[in-house]
Design a protein around this ligand. Structure first.
Ligand code: ZN
Length: 296
């Protein structure tokens, strides 16, 4: 089944041996689960559309408390909470851009809730600043996310990883990546590498519906990659029905996202023939492909 209302089975946690510091959301009224967190066997991750192509993600367990990711606009969230009789348990922010964080003040006016966000960025109402090595823990519903620093799109951009999924904001898109507004190609390449190293079945929830445009570009970079062509055909059909093309998976991205594939000769050749230059490293290939897409 596809969204809206994707059923996400519980998956094993990150295999990283990093020591995670815990930032536990205060103000939960639900049951505490001892020293751990009652991780739901199943949960829903629901897309709410905002602006022209943003997604605000709502994480829903079996109860009536939900977590909202990147609410750039409060209106669709408030409407959804009201119509479903739900309460806001916490807000997760990936980076400071207004189309991701702009709805926070209005949501907090409606109801107090912890706001998790990147430690080095200005996020309205942020109560729990996070950086790599931290965890965001929400007792009810029982959720625990590990935080990765993924700079490039913005200087302090973070990702939330847990329960078999990742909220990647504007860093990793389905078949694409974010623009380099505050970082270097090298930083973004490293950040994408961290996400690419997550288990292949990790579901990728990003901030925008850009999949079709990204795949059209990918076909130009790698014209002989039939997996990209097949994905584009599927996505064309989905978009014709106005369907959400997310989530993706890391496995799917490794096969079709040219921004993760700089070490493949097919991408290298595509980038070299476009730039007319020899590109001697995956970072150079990545930078050339990013500049190519920016210049289209
Ligand atoms: Zn952004």
């Amino acid at each position: 089944m596809e969204p809206p209302g994707v059923r996400v089975a519980r998956a094993t946690g990150p295999k990283s041996s990093r020591r995670w510091r815990t930032s536990r959301a205060a103000g939960g009224t639900g049951n505490r689960a001892g020293d751990g967190v009652s991780i739901p066997g199943m949960m829903d991750v629901i897309p709410l559309r905002a602006f022209s192509d943003n997604y605000i993600w709502v994480i829903r367990g079996s109860g009536d408390r939900v977590v909202v990711v990147d609410p750039g606009d409060a209106a669709p969230v408030l409407k959804y909470l009201k119509s479903e009789g739900l309460t806001l348990a916490a807000i997760l922010i990936t980076h400071h851009h207004p189309d991701h964080a702009g709805g926070v003040p209005k949501l907090l006016e409606h109801q107090a809730a912890p706001v998790f966000g990147p430690a080095t960025e200005r996020i309205p109402g942020m109560s729990d600043p996070l950086s790599e090595g931290d965890q965001a823990v929400i007792d009810d519903p029982g959720l625990r996310f590990n935080v990765l620093d993924i700079p490039g799109h913005t200087a302090g951009h973070i990702a939330y990883v847990g329960h078999g999924l990742v909220f990647s904001g504007d860093t990793l898109f389905a078949a694409g990546c974010g623009k380099l507004f505050e970082g270097t190609a090298e930083q973004m390449h490293t950040s994408l590498g961290k996400l690419a190293a997550l288990p292949g079945d990790t579901r990728v929830y990003c901030g925008h519906e850009y999949t079709q445009a990204n795949l059209r570009f990918a076909v130009q970079v790698e014209p002989d990659n039939t997996t990209i062509q097949e994905r584009l055909e599927r996505v064309n059909a989905q978009r014709a029905r106005d369907e959400v093309t997310l989530p993706s998976t890391i496995e799917q991205e490794l096969a079709t996202n040219v921004f993760l594939r700089g070490e493949y000769d097919s991408v290298k050749h595509g980038a070299e023939s476009h730039t007319g230059k020899r590109l001697d490293s995956p970072v150079a290939v990545f930078a050339a492909v990013r500049a190519w897409k920016d210049g289209r």
